[in-house]
Design a protein around this ligand. Sequence first.
Ligand SMILES: NC(=O)C1=CN([C@@H]2O[C@H](COP(=O)(O)OP(=O)(O)OC[C@H]3O[C@@H](n4cnc5c(N)ncnc54)[C@H](O)[C@@H]3O)[C@@H](O)[C@H]2O)[C@@H](O)CC1
Length: 450
Amino acid sequence: MDYLDVKRDDINYRNVYGSTYPLMKNAGMAVANVFKSNFGKNRKVLVIAGPGNNGGDAICAASYLMIDNDVYLLMIKDPKTPEARRAYNEYNGISYKYDEIDDLIKKTEIIVDGILGIGISGNPREPELSIIRRINSSGKKVISIDVPSGFPYESVKPDITVTFTDLKENMNESNSGKIFIADIGIGKNIREYAGPGDLVYLKKPAFDSHKGMNGVLSIIGGSAYYGSAVISGLGAYSCGIDLVKIFTENVDIISSYYPGLIVRNIKNVDEMLKSNAFLIGPGLGTDFDDYDLLIRIISSGKPVVLDADALKIIKKEDVKCRNVIITPHKMEFKIFTSMEPSEESAVNFSEKYKITVLLKGTTDIVTDENRIMRVPGGNARMSMGGTGDLLSGMVSAFASRGVSNFRSAVMASYINKRVGEQCFKEKGYFYSITDMIDKIPSFINKNTFY
Ligand SMILES: NC(=O)C1=CN([C@@H]2O[C@H](COP(=O)(O)OP(=O)(O)OC[C@H]3O[C@@H](n4cnc5c(N)ncnc54)[C@H](O)[C@@H]3O)[C@@H](O)[C@H]2O)[C@@H](O)CC1
């Protein structure tokens, strides 16, 4: 688990329950419970709280620890987040300021470290760095909250770390002491169902970006249905990527649709293979006969999304252990996998073939060999032609921007469902695919770059 995973969970929890404060209280209680089982009670405890939610957890822990210990709460700075402020307002004990730290350390037997959690960016600055060093040279027992403060840079060396939900990247006993993993109440309904938090994986383009840095996508299609490749291309552009190139036999026709699309003859393989990701299938037709080209693309090692007719042409054996995402509806799933379409089949297939599966339905299922995510919603109008092309365009766009296959599929599915719902609200059963495309940029813009 890394910072983005935690952020994702928090946003989705807040989206469902309104506030993450219950998680903070549970985190504080988990720390107090681990404290009690390791150090007993009637101890002199210094709880050091930073300004973020890690500090909020520390304040909540102090509230629970006060019940059967002497607690000194040291606030390094004023709490900055709404949850940490609430924890501080509800705290009934006395709190101390940074300049009293040396006296407080002397007085105490055990230090609870809630200075910096997983929200750290860069090496700890002052005064946090000095506090980390003071703690390490104090000789006191230390229990860290979520991660040792400063981690993964110069950090507290605790005896114990109570971490939440799952181990954080690169944590081990030599940098974190004895590790306890606490469940703080992020249930399956948050972990396995998509929400706006699933958009955290899209990175903001660098200020000095130049053309091609933020995704170049090759679409192989448009041989039989010209518009399908165009819809995928427009969907991809709506996700903020730099270049969308369509490789097809029908260059003149497809070029006439939209000036932003780069349309090339399918024989320009060298140019095609320079992209960051590929989408094979929209409008490709089942008569497409250059199988060697498709295998060359799949063997490139870059992310490849297979949709529509590609799922009728390409054999499942040829995608095994490849960097591939498939986006079938139920019938395509059946044709491609020879399995009855269901959540269980999608999971089994992705485990066996080690690829990402996005099985479309009233609830989309996204699964790779390790995880599953469900994306419910949408409406009956989404059975119109083009919604699948739009979805696969978005999946491949995110993959071209360096988002992992699983996260690209979840993000695209979530956006597709919500945008379809927005259109339904405005136009009922009478909206069109271009209505959906038009709504994508503002939806993404509203839900990214926290
Ligand atoms: N889903 C979860 O796992 C939950 C996690 N919670 C806690 O929330 C923490 C993350 O909270 P936040 O995102 O508020 O982040 P943190 O509290 O870890 O840190 C953010 C604060 O540190 C400052 N900061 C960042 N880098 C710094 C540096 N290099 N030197 C000095 N100061 C620096 C920032 O200005 C900000 O005030 C987790 O570690 C965990 O303790 C809980 O509150 C509840 C839910």
